[in-house]
Design a protein. Sequence first.
Length: 302
Amino acid sequence: MTNYLDINPIIKKAIANNKPVVALESTIISHGMPYPQNKETALKVEQIIRDNGAVPATIAILNGKIKVGLTEDEIDYLAKSGTKIVKASRRDLPYLLSQKIDGATTVASTMIGANLANIRVFATGGIGGVHRGASKTFDISADLQELANTNVAVVCAGIKAILDLELTLEYLETFGIPLLGYKTNELPAFYTQKSGFDVNFKMDSAKAIANLLKTKWNLNLKGGVVIANPVPKDKELDFDLMHKVIQEALIEEKKLGIKGKESTPFLLGKVKELTKGLSLTSNIELVFNNAKLAAKIAVEMC
Ligand code: PSU
Ligand code: MN
């Protein structure tokens, strides 16, 4: 295993001393945002985690290893390379590692890296889910299967409105993945606080969430937990506008025949274009907000 894992000494020390650590993904850097906002966001997210008492560990595939805890230069490399870096989900790991090809980790593969390093809390923007039209396309993110199997809690801003929320909720239920709302009963839809759907349980403190996580894993109930943290009120986008924009992005995607792993980055990019960059601002702010909550949960876990 150590052959494939490269844990930054700072992270190694923190884990050995039972200090709180928060994992961060790298697909959001290379495929989720343009340069230089992606680099600025990645570095600021790490700082927010430090400011809230935890150690950040951004994860990527570098030099034939799963690297846990990137240096600033490595973050810069992923940010500048953008989509030239392979978007690496679970199925891509054996190929990339054995061929020594670099990769940006999705939620699924970041969970795998975090779990190998014994990190239990992970912050991101949005998780993958069941795509609209999945009954025909079968496009269901590997993130969901990972959540069913790997013991890492993911703090996100709910389920992205580009997905089929209802089917994603059913999937989470079937695989026994708890969906928690931080200080909310309603599932947030990434860019908006509201979605029209409920979470399973409203939780009002990081401490209560930490206790739930410990309880789940003490019971040997394997798998993750989704912690849905609404985008800050002053940073959310208009619900009706987002509905319209997403419809348009989906039509464009169909017209261009985009599918598979290209789908999510395309839709996020298109939404950004159609909102004239507003969605990017909102996306960045919700990631900061999630990093803060994840750090608090990690502190409570220790
Ligand atoms: N949501 C975002 N930005 C992102 C992603 C999701 O707001 O960059 C990325 C995450 O890495 C997630 C992946 O794991 O997209 C899901 O891709 P897919 O739907 O192809 O599984
Ligand atoms: Mn997919």
